[in-house]
Design a protein around this ligand. Structure first.
Ligand code: 13P
Length: 266
């Protein structure tokens, strides 16, 4: 039997650094972020630097547990003849607890298919890594009113083998491809509509507990649009690209998930 988490939809803000920041640049960015977020108690905070920066990030964080490390992808096998790949146990060694899977850039440039994402998600939880499974439609698909169908098939196929007793570990990110790095952001309603659909699909797939799976929005999230997006009922946090490379804007986005009643200054 799985335990019930006290607040299963606790806000989560993750920074996806993509292919930015060398190991030496990573140290100062991590220090800047930690300084700003030290007193944040209302959200889980994750940063996903490139593989080569993970050791520097891990070392810089030291005993600070306010920031958790994530990776940007992983291979599903434990080890083997897979040139250029990184496995779950290799990530764990550097304190990594989350792993982004099926990001649209990996789907587009590296053939990270739904089937691979499904296998990676199962492998991730077996290594105690929390998968952040990304889905999202392209502009052409949205204009052809195919968004719902695309999301349904991505959720269905990417979670095909996911063990239902591990859904506490699972995070979904909705990232409309047309909003990534373009400065074009989904309206809060457009985003929430898709999040709502995803939540229904998760309930269909996993039963009522599926409603507790956190769903993040990603795609040009900036301090200026974060409050409106994060106040939507089905949006549980953000997966931030460009704006997560600046400690100040990352912090401002984090503040947008602060619950109105809660205080982090006690
Ligand atoms: P931007 O925030 O730079 O649009 O990137 C979003 C993203 O792809 C996060 O994974």
């Amino acid at each position: 039997m799985k335990k019930d988490l006290p607040n299963p939809r606790r806000p989560l803000v993750a920074g996806n650094w993509k292919m930015h920041r060398t190991a030496s640049d990573t140290r100062s960015l991590i220090q800047d972020i930690v300084k700003r977020v030290e007193r944040v108690s209302y959200a889980d905070l994750v940063v996903c630097p490139p593989f080569t920066s993970l050791p520097a990030a891990h070392e810089t964080l030291g005993r600070h547990s306010i920031l958790t490390l994530g990776a940007q992808t992983m291979h599903q096998a434990k080890e083997g003849a897979f040139t250029g790949e990184i496995s779950g146990p290799m990530l764990r060694e550097f304190g990594v607890r989350y792993v982004i899977l099926g990001h649209s850039e990996r789907r587009q440039y590296d053939n990270e298919t739904n089937e691979k994402v499904a296998a990676k998600a199962v492998a991730a939880v077996s290594y105690h890594l929390r998968p952040i499974v990304c889905v999202g439609e392209t502009l052409t698909q949205r204009e052809a009113t195919e968004t719902e169908a695309v999301i349904e098939s991505q959720i269905h196929a990417s979670l095909a083998a996911f063990p239902p007793d591990q859904i506490d570990e699972l995070v979904i990110a909705y990232e409309p491809v047309w909003a990534i790095g373009t400065g074009k952001v989904a309206t809060p309603k457009q985003a929430n509509d898709v999040h709502h659909q995803i939540r229904k699909l998760l309930v269909k797939r996993f039963g009522p507990k599926g409603a507790d799976i956190r769903i993040l929005y990603g795609g040009s999230v900036k301090p200026e649009n974060a409050v409106d997006l994060m106040s939507q009922p089905d949006i549980d946090g953000a997966l931030v690209g460009g704006a997560s490379l600046d400690a100040r804007s990352f912090f401002d986005i984090i503040e947008s998930v602060r619950p109105p009643r809660a205080s982090d200054h006690d």
